[in-house]
Design a protein around this ligand. Sequence first.
Ligand SMILES: Cc1cc2nc3c(=O)[nH]c(=O)nc-3n(C[C@H](O)[C@H](O)[C@H](O)COP(=O)(O)OP(=O)(O)OC[C@H]3O[C@@H](n4cnc5c(N)ncnc54)[C@H](O)[C@@H]3O)c2cc1C
Length: 377
Amino acid sequence: MQQSFTIFPFDLPGDVTTLRADIRAFLGAHAVKLGVPNCWLICDPDFSKALGAAGFLGMTLPKDVGGHDRHPLERYVVIEELLAAGAPVGAHWIADRQTAPLILRYGSDEAKARYLPGMCAGELYACIGLSEPGAGSDLASVRSTARLTSDGWRISGQKIWTSSAHLSHVMLALLRSEEGSERNAGLSQFLIPMDAPGVTIRPIIDMSGEHHFNEVFFDDVLLPEWALIGTRGQGWTQATAELALERSGPERYLSSHVLMTALIDAAGTDPDPELRTLIGELTAELWTLRQMSMSTAAKLAAGEDPMVEASMVKDLGNSFEQALPQRVQALVDCPSTRQDDLAKLMRSLLISAPSFSLRGGTREIIRGIIARGLGLR
Ligand SMILES: Cc1cc2nc3c(=O)[nH]c(=O)nc-3n(C[C@H](O)[C@H](O)[C@H](O)COP(=O)(O)OP(=O)(O)OC[C@H]3O[C@@H](n4cnc5c(N)ncnc54)[C@H](O)[C@@H]3O)c2cc1C
């Protein structure tokens, strides 16, 4: 007897089948650029521009700012296809995922006009200015300041670990705007153009030898009043709401997906039993994570604030994708002389995977949020 299953407690909106076919056709036309591990950190401006021109960026934004008025779950379908294919989406990633929606919600008319059309076109990139020396996990220790003067806002201080600051046009920064304030009170969010006088960007080279991170210094940077995003003093609430967008998406379990695809390809049609079991286990785990992530995305789309759910997706997703290269390494012999896709991807991901449970909030902090959300005091 055939059984029918309700996969999600909601229907996917729009014509998702056509949309999935469209994005796959786009990817097919750019096949030469695909297969990149840890792909949402890898920047390819031409790819981002082409994606924007094809209507796959700013999907949930209104048409009058260059967007496409699509449902958040339609955007989800597009980004899971991009990530699963290992597309180099790093240039526009932050702007499309969180900065543009935040500007739409809280930004002034000037900010919307200046930034949103370029973000929707895949030509204007943003970076995240949260972490500082001494304010990583303990984000409420932010010390960089914004002071309102008769000329506008004056910004001083330093950010660190800023992904792609050297390629970005603008930073959305969390700064202490109220003199004498402490912890999570008195913080505000600001848009800082990366070419503003007084902004200095210094590279930090990571352990794989790549320049991805940066330190960013602000030396009395002058900003117009409209650079304040949202309500003065409410930066903490805004920034933590932004984190729910950042933590539950498919990028929390698909960073290593190209390795899984390469493993399946290399296994061929008659894999040995151990390999068959591994692929089966990985597929089952991946499917569960996808269900959890999509359900959280549906809650976000419905206007809820699923901080605990988003944190669970991040923690379980990071654990899955972090373990993947090690699980492959345990079964597949990949000496350093081996140069096929599987071996190269595995070696690359063994180096980058430790960062998966740090970025966007460390494992320990995320588990603390889950414990408190579940009622532990
Ligand atoms: C790939 C990558 C990209 C990043 N991109 C950005 C970016 O674009 N913008 C940005 O602002 N930041 C970025 N970060 C920084 C990231 O958010 C921080 O590294 C992270 O929040 C941890 O802060 P920290 O490095 O200061 O470590 P710390 O806060 O010093 O933590 C060190 C260790 O102590 C543990 N720890 C700390 N406090 C507690 C506690 N209360 N209970 C239990 N354990 C605790 C942590 O879990 C961690 O294991 C990025 C990081 C990575 C790895």
